[in-house]
Design a protein around this ligand. Structure first.
Ligand code: LLP
Length: 436
């Protein structure tokens, strides 16, 4: 399920809000979240979907995810504060992080955070000094030793990782022992093996590993885990080459594999998944305007560059991970005479171009994109599947203003979820010492 702007919508939004702009479709967002929650619940009734708000921490998005039945996964005090701002009770939030400070833990506990996913021994000590923990539940993040097939920069389940307690070297067992000795409210285990996983085998094996670890802890310490969290969700279809499994089949497979590890058939812990990307990526597109088209000498003939009015600062993923996207042209009514066809010799209805951003970097956003020869300066491009890990990863590199997020309501109305950043806000942190 994913959203594509119509030409009318694109032109109206560009006129009203300017470009670049992140656009989210409320209907697609709600339907996608509802489908995931229902698929997991049908596969296993005692289940919970937690929205990984790092994927899109716009307050309105967090609120919609909560309204659709998700709890909220937060990975910092900032994300927790956004959830609270969105009206989510802290008791429905789960706090992650491999290096939570005492201040962050104190803030979370004071707010009444529902769960803290503990990452290392020092954090156990910190929490032991911060007792009483009220109703907050503790889970231990485990490193299950699973190496998923995805980009190395977004794999986290392998043994060589900064996250969690390693099972193989005995750290995880020691962490359980320590929590029990200190009387901390330990409820269960968590693992997250990686992101943009199109096939569930890594999540299956992570889930099985923490399930069998839970069995061992029951035998050794008579500790029964009542929550097992198997981390992030499915990957998405950035291009036609990325084909994720249907969410219903995925949830079924993961549940079957994890539950098959349980020797006690009456054991029914809460099973949690915390998807981010798959809940919101497809509901979002980014709208850019083309400001320059040129051709340069290449190995064979000439090659075209099409420059848009954003880039690295609103979507760092191509530069960070070599990510590819689907880009669609939107021809405007006011056409310039500089077209893709005019800068390249020869005829043909479509041409291949590299789409670059406007930053002072190579800033190649999308390579080898097939576009119409008639595409001109002043036309628009929409990039699909940018509802996740785009606005939440945006920066101000080159002092670019971060784009607005526009929500297309189910009524068809356009509303702002985040306005375009202003230069006043951008420079609010500057301090020039008077004697400088
Ligand atoms: N839970 C934990 C503990 C996580 O670390 C993550 C993602 C998720 C859940 C959500 O995973 P998802 O369902 O979105 O795959 N910036 C990268 C992604 C980094 C993901 C980090 N953790 C990107 O743009 O691809």
């Amino acid at each position: 399920m994913n959203f594509i702007l119509t030409k009318d919508q694109a032109l109206q939004i560009a006129e009203k809000f300017g470009t670049p702009a992140y656009v989210l479709d409320e209907k697609t967002l709600r339907q996608t979240i509802r489908r995931y929650v229902n698929a997991f619940r049908s596969a296993y009734s005692h289940s919970e979907v937690t929205f990984a708000s790092k994927a899109n921490s716009t307050a309105g998005v967090v609120k919609i995810a909560y309204q659709e039945g998700c709890k909220i996964d937060v990975a910092s005090e900032g994300e927790l504060r956004v959830a609270i701002l969105a009206g989510v009770p802290a008791e429905d939030c789960h706090l992650h992080g491999n290096n939570k400070s005492a201040d962050v833990l104190r803030f979370a506990l004071k707010s009444g955070i529902g769960q803290i996913i503990v990452d290392h021994f020092g954090e156990i000590d910190l929490l032991a000094n911060l007792v009483p923990l009220g109703n907050t539940k503790i889970l231990l993040r485990l490193a299950p030793g699973v190496d998923p097939i995805t980009h190395a920069k977004i794999s986290t389940g392998q043994a060589d990782t900064k996250f969690g307690f390693n099972i193989v070297d005995g750290s995880a067992r020691l962490a359980v022992q320590k929590c029990l000795e200190l009387g901390l409210p330990l409820y269960g285990f968590h693992c997250h093996v990686g992101s943009q996983l199109l096939d569930p085998s890594a999540q299956v094996s992570g889930g099985q590993t923490i399930s069998s670890f839970a069995e061992e802890m029951k035998k050794e310490f008579a500790f029964e885990a009542s929550i097992l969290n198997i981390g992030g969700g499915l990957g998405v279809s950035y291009t036609s080459k990325d084909v994720p499994m249907e969410v219903e089949e995925y949830c079924q497979k993961v549940v079957e594999a994890v539950t098959s590890e349980w020797s006690d058939k009456n054991y029914k812990p809460e099973l949690v998944q915390e998807p981010g990307r798959s809940l919101c990526a497809g509901a979002g597109v980014t709208l850019y305007q083309i400001g320059a088209i040129k051709s340069v000498p290449a190995y064979s003939g000439r090659k075209a560059y099409v420059a848009v009015d954003g880039g690295l600062s609103d979507n760092p993923r191509p530069a960070l991970y070599g990510s590819r996207y689907t880009v669609l042209p939107i021809e405007s009514n006011a056409k310039s005479s500089i077209t893709l066809g005019s800068v390249l010799d020869g005829s043909g209805n479509s041409r291949t171009a590299t789409i670059s951003g406007s930053h002072c970097e190579t800033d190649r956003l999308f390579e080898d994109v097939e576009l119409p020869s008639s595409l001109a300066v002043g036309d628009y491009l929409q990039v699909l599947y940018t509802g996740a890990y785009n606005s939440s990863m945006a920066s101000n590199y080159n002092r670019f203003l971060r784009p607005p997020t526009i929500l297309i309501r189910e009524s068809g109305q356009y509303v702002l979820l985040q306005s375009r950043e202003t230069y006043e806000a951008l420079f609010a942190r500057e301090a020039i010492p008077s004697d400088l």
